[in-house]
Design a protein around this ligand. Structure first.
Ligand code: PHE
Length: 573
């Protein structure tokens, strides 16, 4: 007789674990920024529509696959037909690549918790900028000169009207920021212009310089290693110990850990929302965040941004929710759980936006500039602008430490869910003990992460992140909806979900899985192929980077196929 599969301690434990995987950095920095970029309120509407027609139906699909086959992703697809096992490994592989760099972001947060306690980033000297010059040179119209540095400007020298020093415009963000006295600030691949020197300093000068230059030691080329950052290695090791310990005995440990790693960041987020809303100028930020530009709803890019944000944020397409679904007890409530998890994730993102934008509003007010000038995205927001803002306020150190503690506790359950999805796959196939599988998978991911502790780390992270989210995740989701929606049958799956739920979902679900989601995905893939920009905008992708990215995507199914053909020892093999 087959061994009884491990299960969650309780329904709450499962719901919290899935929420924990879903909420992460995506809710705190990605969501607010994407919302802002796409016209505030209008984006929120698109986001909620995508949540209900794509995100939640997919969650139901993934939970039901795991629940039905009682296996993690490779085993589940093997049970559909052995010829599909490779696909299950492909999904797990995408998750595996992600955890290698997710742990790096956790390492940054670990070390920044310490930097916050000592206010490390405030001790650097600033950079100078003058928008007048930037505007004259670039022909851009407003003060927030946010554009890729034009080639024609690179290398040009001039005398700064601010400091009367000779300056050169650099294409390289790092050396650009370090040549003090530069009027145009070349930073993160963008050109920034500010009205006054103080504005430039106050906004991003010192903390940004600290993050990219001192802390990460970013190199100007993606393949130029730079220095190995030993302090980061310490944070990285601690992060991995924490991740592995949280899943040490599988669902037994996770079921206990999630009470802390979900409830603590929620509590902290609430604190930051209250803190933000009570600041002067908060209203300005919120207006900026929430005022809808309705005409944007006609823009295809907005829908694209909404659907990819929903997938990323719900952690669907990474084999996680299949594994988590496989640990559900026989009697469960798939549809209701998926609803709760989807809505909780969206609400967390919404609150993340409230916290971030109220603080940005306050900052804009104190600088006397419009909110549009203080917004930056990606690591810029979480590691540069926001920490800088909170540390200008009373109680700087404590709020700084709490902020990074929030990021860490948010990120850890996303990281361990990725690890658990792969571990469970290995365990299902080879019948290895949980601890052994954990150490092998975690150890391998740890080793692969080490090169990202050098000056080229953020470049590699960027490329991997871009390719995994644009093509890895999308191909997995596409495969799932084609296999179930068109292969084994959406109707059969829907009835399975309904048999295991407190309420019935209608035939609309079949429509979503067979038509809406595949169409949306195909559209995403095509527009990504056309779009060469990197998410953090640090540099344009060249052929080497493309090669690296595509190699990752191509290698995954190949490795998946190898693993699928390897002899297993698990149940039914
Ligand atoms: N959903 C997580 C977030 O919002 C990110 C994540 C993606 C986690 C994929 C795990 C897997 O940050």
């Amino acid at each position: 007789m087959a061994a009884i599969r491990e299960t969650w301690d309780s329904r709450t434990a499962f719901v919290l674990a899935a929420i924990g995987s879903a909420i992460g950095l995506g809710n705190i920095w990605r969501f607010p920024y994407v919302t802002y970029e796409n016209g505030g309120g209008a984006f929120l509407v698109a986001y909620f529509i995508c949540l209900f027609i794509a995100g939640i139906p997919l969650l139901m699909l993934e939970f039901s696959i795991g629940h039905k086959f009682q296996q993690a992703s490779p085993g589940s697809f093997r049970k559909i037909t052995p010829r599909l096992e490779w696909f299950g490994w492909f999904a797990a592989g995408v998750g595996f690549i992600i955890v290698t760099y997710y742990a790096i972001i956790m390492a940054w947060s670990m070390n920044y918790t310490y930097e916050a306690a000592t206010l490390g980033w405030e001790q650097e000297e600033g950079v100078y900028a003058d928008a007048q010059y930037a505007i004259a040179e670039t022909g851009l119209e407003d003060m927030a000169v946010l554009t890729q540095i034009p080639d024609s400007l690179v290398g040009r020298s001039f005398v700064s009207p601010v400091t009367a020093q000779p300056c050169v415009i650099c294409a390289d963000p790092v050396s650009g920021t370090s040549s003090y006295g530069t009027i145009l600030v070349a930073f993160g691949g963008y050109l920034y212009g500010f009205e006054t020197v103080d504005d430039a300093n106050a906004f991003m000068g010192s903390p940004g310089d600290f993050f990219f230059n001192d802390f990460l030691g970013v190199t100007s080329e993606p393949w130029d290693m730079g220095d190995f950052k030993w302090p980061l290695f310490i944070g990285f090791s601690l992060a991995w110990i924490w991740i592995v310990a949280s899943v040490w005995k599988g669902t037994k440990t996770v079921s206990k850990v999630v009470y802390f790693t979900v409830l603590i960041p929620w509590g902290l987020l609430l604190l930051f929302v209250i803190r933000g809303l009570t600041l002067s100028g908060a209203g300005k930020g919120l207006e900026f965040y929430l005022t809808p530009v309705w005409s944007n709803l006609m823009n295809g890019k907005l829908w694209l941004a909404a659907i990819s944000q929903v997938f990323f944020s719900l952690s669907v397409g990474f084999a996680i929710m299949i594994a988590y679904g496989s640990f559900l007890p026989k009697k469960t409530n798939i549809a209701a759980n998926a609803m709760i998890i989807g809505v909780a994730d969206a609400m967390t993102a919404f609150f993340g936006g409230l916290a971030v934008f109220s603080a940005l509003g306050h900052h804009a007010e104190s600088l006397g500039v419009p909110v549009s000038q203080v917004v930056s995205s990606g690591p810029g927001l979480a590691f540069v602008a926001y920490p800088h803002i909170i540390t200008q306020l009373p109680g700087a150190r404590i709020f700084g430490v709490l902020f990074f503690l929030m990021l860490l506790t948010l990120a850890v359950d996303s990281a361990f869910s990725l690890l658990e999805a792969v571990t469970a796959s290995v365990k299902d196939k080879w019948n290895t003990s949980h601890k052994k599988a954990n150490l092998i998978v975690g150890g391998l991911a740890f080793l692969l992460g080490i090169p990202m502790l050098t000056g080229m780390g953020i470049h590699i992270l960027d490329i991997a992140d871009h390719f995994m989210n644009s093509f890895g995740l999308t191909l997995v989701v596409l495969g799932e909806v084609l296999i179930i929606g068109w292969g084994t049958g959406a109707e059969e799956q829907r009835q399975y979900i309904n048999r295991n739920s407190s309420f019935s979902i209608g035939v609309w679900w079949n429509l979503c899985v067979r038509w809406i989601i595949p169409m949306g995905i195909l559209w995403m893939i095509f527009s990504e192929i056309q779009d060469r920009a990197l998410p953090y905008g640090s540099f344009a992708l060249r052929s080497q980077e493309f090669l690296f990215g595509w190699l990752l995507i191509i290698l995954l199914p190949v490795v998946g196929d190898l693993l699928a053909s390897a002899r297993g020892r698990g149940e039914g093999l």
